[in-house]
Design a protein around this ligand. Sequence first.
Ligand code: BG6
Ligand code: MG
Length: 215
Amino acid sequence: MKKAIIFDLDGVITDTAQFHFEAWKMLADSLGFKFDRADNERLKGVSRMDSLNIILEINNALDRFSPEEKEAMCKTKNDNYVELIGRLTPADILPGISELIDDAERHGVKTAVASVSKNASSVLSSLGLLHRFDYIADAKKITKSKPDPEIFSVCAEALGLEGKDCVGIEDSQAGIEAIHSAGMRSVGINVTVTSRKPDLELRSTKELTFDLVTE
Ligand code: BG6
Ligand code: MG
Protein backbone atom coordinates (compact mmCIF):
# COMPACT_ATOMS: atom_id res chain seq x y z
CA MET A 1 0.00 0.00 0.00
CA LYS A 2 1.17 3.54 -0.74
CA LYS A 3 2.32 5.65 2.22
CA ALA A 4 1.29 9.08 0.89
CA ILE A 5 -1.30 10.65 -1.40
CA ILE A 6 -0.18 13.85 -3.14
CA PHE A 7 -3.03 15.98 -4.49
CA ASP A 8 -2.89 18.55 -7.26
CA LEU A 9 -5.06 21.53 -6.24
CA ASP A 10 -6.59 23.27 -9.28
CA GLY A 11 -9.04 20.86 -10.93
CA VAL A 12 -8.57 18.06 -8.37
CA ILE A 13 -9.38 19.44 -4.90
CA THR A 14 -11.62 22.17 -6.30
CA ASP A 15 -12.76 23.37 -9.72
CA THR A 16 -10.45 26.40 -9.91
CA ALA A 17 -9.16 25.08 -13.27
CA GLN A 18 -12.40 26.59 -14.64
CA PHE A 19 -11.60 29.96 -13.00
CA HIS A 20 -8.05 29.94 -14.43
CA PHE A 21 -9.60 29.39 -17.88
CA GLU A 22 -12.15 32.21 -17.42
CA ALA A 23 -9.48 34.62 -16.15
CA TRP A 24 -7.17 33.95 -19.13
CA LYS A 25 -10.14 34.12 -21.52
CA MET A 26 -11.02 37.63 -20.26
CA LEU A 27 -7.44 38.77 -20.88
CA ALA A 28 -7.22 37.07 -24.30
CA ASP A 29 -10.56 38.57 -25.42
CA SER A 30 -9.49 42.06 -24.33
CA LEU A 31 -6.36 41.72 -26.52
CA GLY A 32 -8.21 40.17 -29.48
CA PHE A 33 -6.33 36.86 -29.05
CA LYS A 34 -7.64 33.37 -29.89
CA PHE A 35 -7.93 31.21 -26.77
CA ASP A 36 -10.32 28.29 -26.34
CA ARG A 37 -10.78 25.27 -24.06
CA ALA A 38 -8.53 23.08 -26.20
CA ASP A 39 -5.74 25.69 -25.88
CA ASN A 40 -6.43 25.85 -22.13
CA GLU A 41 -5.56 22.15 -21.68
CA ARG A 42 -1.93 23.10 -22.36
CA LEU A 43 -1.99 25.63 -19.50
CA LYS A 44 -3.05 23.22 -16.76
CA GLY A 45 -0.27 22.69 -14.22
CA VAL A 46 1.86 25.34 -15.93
CA SER A 47 3.06 28.52 -14.16
CA ARG A 48 1.43 31.91 -14.78
CA MET A 49 4.19 33.34 -17.02
CA ASP A 50 4.64 30.07 -18.92
CA SER A 51 0.86 30.04 -19.50
CA LEU A 52 0.97 33.58 -20.92
CA ASN A 53 3.84 32.56 -23.22
CA ILE A 54 1.75 29.64 -24.54
CA ILE A 55 -1.17 31.99 -25.32
CA LEU A 56 1.19 34.43 -27.06
CA GLU A 57 2.79 31.58 -29.03
CA ILE A 58 -0.64 30.33 -30.19
CA ASN A 59 -1.28 33.87 -31.47
CA ASN A 60 2.18 34.33 -33.04
CA ALA A 61 2.74 37.22 -30.63
CA LEU A 62 5.69 35.97 -28.55
CA ASP A 63 7.98 38.82 -29.64
CA ARG A 64 5.41 41.61 -29.52
CA PHE A 65 5.63 42.44 -25.80
CA SER A 66 8.34 43.62 -23.42
CA PRO A 67 8.95 41.78 -20.12
CA GLU A 68 7.19 44.67 -18.32
CA GLU A 69 4.13 44.38 -20.57
CA LYS A 70 4.03 40.64 -19.98
CA GLU A 71 4.21 41.15 -16.20
CA ALA A 72 1.29 43.59 -16.49
CA MET A 73 -0.71 41.01 -18.48
CA CYS A 74 -0.03 38.35 -15.84
CA LYS A 75 -1.18 40.80 -13.16
CA THR A 76 -4.42 41.49 -15.03
CA LYS A 77 -5.07 37.75 -15.38
CA ASN A 78 -4.37 37.23 -11.68
CA ASP A 79 -6.66 40.12 -10.68
CA ASN A 80 -9.42 38.44 -12.74
CA TYR A 81 -8.65 35.10 -11.07
CA VAL A 82 -8.51 36.47 -7.51
CA GLU A 83 -11.94 38.03 -8.04
CA LEU A 84 -13.35 34.68 -9.24
CA ILE A 85 -11.93 32.71 -6.27
CA GLY A 86 -13.17 35.32 -3.80
CA ARG A 87 -16.42 33.43 -3.27
CA LEU A 88 -14.91 29.94 -2.67
CA THR A 89 -16.21 28.14 0.44
CA PRO A 90 -15.83 24.57 1.83
CA ALA A 91 -18.88 23.68 -0.30
CA ASP A 92 -16.61 24.00 -3.35
CA ILE A 93 -14.43 21.02 -2.40
CA LEU A 94 -14.99 18.49 -5.20
CA PRO A 95 -16.92 15.29 -4.34
CA GLY A 96 -14.83 12.44 -2.92
CA ILE A 97 -11.91 14.63 -1.81
CA SER A 98 -12.84 15.21 1.86
CA GLU A 99 -13.66 11.50 2.25
CA LEU A 100 -10.28 10.54 0.76
CA ILE A 101 -8.41 12.88 3.12
CA ASP A 102 -10.38 11.48 6.10
CA ASP A 103 -9.67 7.87 5.04
CA ALA A 104 -5.96 8.60 4.58
CA GLU A 105 -5.77 10.09 8.07
CA ARG A 106 -7.61 7.08 9.53
CA HIS A 107 -5.17 4.66 7.86
CA GLY A 108 -2.03 6.65 8.77
CA VAL A 109 -1.36 7.49 5.11
CA LYS A 110 0.22 10.95 4.72
CA THR A 111 -1.28 13.66 2.50
CA ALA A 112 0.29 16.58 0.63
CA VAL A 113 -0.64 19.20 -1.95
CA ALA A 114 1.55 19.83 -5.01
CA SER A 115 0.39 23.05 -6.69
CA VAL A 116 2.50 25.47 -8.72
CA SER A 117 -0.09 28.19 -7.99
CA LYS A 118 0.92 31.30 -6.04
CA ASN A 119 -2.71 31.40 -4.88
CA ALA A 120 -2.63 27.86 -3.40
CA SER A 121 -2.66 28.88 0.30
CA SER A 122 -5.47 31.34 -0.22
CA VAL A 123 -7.59 28.75 -2.11
CA LEU A 124 -6.94 26.05 0.53
CA SER A 125 -7.77 28.53 3.28
CA SER A 126 -11.12 29.46 1.65
CA LEU A 127 -11.92 25.75 1.35
CA GLY A 128 -11.11 25.23 5.05
CA LEU A 129 -8.35 22.77 4.10
CA LEU A 130 -5.17 24.71 4.91
CA HIS A 131 -4.41 22.58 7.99
CA ARG A 132 -5.66 19.20 6.71
CA PHE A 133 -2.46 18.17 4.88
CA ASP A 134 0.88 16.97 6.22
CA TYR A 135 2.70 19.15 3.69
CA ILE A 136 1.92 21.81 1.09
CA ALA A 137 4.32 22.47 -1.80
CA ASP A 138 3.43 25.60 -3.75
CA ALA A 139 5.16 28.05 -6.10
CA LYS A 140 7.43 29.30 -3.26
CA LYS A 141 8.96 25.84 -2.74
CA ILE A 142 10.01 25.12 -6.35
CA THR A 143 11.95 26.56 -9.26
CA LYS A 144 10.40 24.49 -12.07
CA SER A 145 6.76 24.03 -13.10
CA LYS A 146 5.18 20.70 -14.02
CA PRO A 147 5.96 18.56 -16.09
CA ASP A 148 9.23 18.77 -14.15
CA PRO A 149 8.96 16.30 -11.23
CA GLU A 150 10.39 18.81 -8.72
CA ILE A 151 7.14 19.68 -6.92
CA PHE A 152 6.19 16.01 -6.39
CA SER A 153 9.73 15.10 -5.31
CA VAL A 154 9.76 18.02 -2.86
CA CYS A 155 6.56 16.61 -1.28
CA ALA A 156 7.99 13.08 -0.99
CA GLU A 157 11.18 14.38 0.56
CA ALA A 158 9.30 16.57 3.05
CA LEU A 159 7.27 13.52 4.11
CA GLY A 160 10.46 11.44 4.45
CA LEU A 161 9.37 9.07 1.65
CA GLU A 162 10.58 7.88 -1.74
CA GLY A 163 8.69 8.34 -5.00
CA LYS A 164 7.66 4.69 -5.12
CA ASP A 165 5.86 5.11 -1.77
CA CYS A 166 3.61 7.87 -3.14
CA VAL A 167 0.62 8.24 -5.42
CA GLY A 168 -0.18 11.54 -7.14
CA ILE A 169 -3.62 12.72 -8.33
CA GLU A 170 -3.74 15.10 -11.30
CA ASP A 171 -6.08 16.57 -13.92
CA SER A 172 -3.41 17.68 -16.43
CA GLN A 173 -0.99 16.07 -18.85
CA ALA A 174 1.88 18.14 -17.40
CA GLY A 175 0.95 16.88 -13.92
CA ILE A 176 0.75 13.21 -14.93
CA GLU A 177 4.17 13.49 -16.60
CA ALA A 178 5.58 15.12 -13.44
CA ILE A 179 4.20 12.29 -11.26
CA HIS A 180 5.71 9.62 -13.52
CA SER A 181 9.08 11.38 -13.66
CA ALA A 182 9.07 11.49 -9.84
CA GLY A 183 8.71 7.68 -9.85
CA MET A 184 5.20 7.73 -8.39
CA ARG A 185 1.96 5.95 -9.22
CA SER A 186 -0.48 8.29 -10.98
CA VAL A 187 -4.23 8.80 -10.85
CA GLY A 188 -5.68 10.91 -13.68
CA ILE A 189 -8.99 12.75 -13.27
CA ASN A 190 -10.79 13.31 -16.55
CA VAL A 191 -7.51 13.94 -18.37
CA THR A 192 -6.44 13.15 -21.92
CA VAL A 193 -2.76 12.28 -21.98
CA THR A 194 -0.83 11.83 -25.23
CA SER A 195 2.28 10.51 -23.42
CA ARG A 196 2.28 7.61 -20.86
CA LYS A 197 -1.28 7.07 -19.60
CA PRO A 198 -2.15 7.47 -15.89
CA ASP A 199 -1.88 4.20 -13.90
CA LEU A 200 -5.50 4.71 -12.87
CA GLU A 201 -7.86 6.74 -15.05
CA LEU A 202 -11.06 8.14 -13.50
CA ARG A 203 -13.70 10.40 -15.03
CA SER A 204 -14.39 12.35 -11.85
CA THR A 205 -13.22 12.83 -8.25
CA LYS A 206 -16.52 11.14 -7.29
CA GLU A 207 -14.90 7.81 -8.30
CA LEU A 208 -11.93 8.22 -5.93
CA THR A 209 -11.80 5.67 -3.12
CA PHE A 210 -8.99 5.10 -0.63
CA ASP A 211 -8.49 1.48 -1.81
CA LEU A 212 -8.36 2.35 -5.51
CA VAL A 213 -5.90 5.20 -4.96
CA THR A 214 -3.47 3.53 -2.57
CA GLU A 215 -3.29 -0.02 -3.99
C1 BG6 B 1 -1.74 25.56 -11.62
C2 BG6 B 1 -2.83 25.67 -12.66
O1 BG6 B 1 -2.21 24.85 -10.53
O2 BG6 B 1 -1.33 26.86 -11.20
C3 BG6 B 1 -2.38 26.56 -13.81
O3 BG6 B 1 -3.14 24.38 -13.14
C4 BG6 B 1 -1.92 27.91 -13.27
O4 BG6 B 1 -3.46 26.72 -14.71
C5 BG6 B 1 -0.81 27.69 -12.24
O5 BG6 B 1 -1.40 28.71 -14.32
C6 BG6 B 1 -0.28 29.00 -11.64
O6 BG6 B 1 -1.30 29.59 -10.88
P1 BG6 B 1 -1.24 31.06 -10.28
O7 BG6 B 1 -2.38 31.09 -9.29
O8 BG6 B 1 0.10 31.21 -9.62
O9 BG6 B 1 -1.40 32.00 -11.41
MG1 MG C 1 -4.72 20.78 -12.00
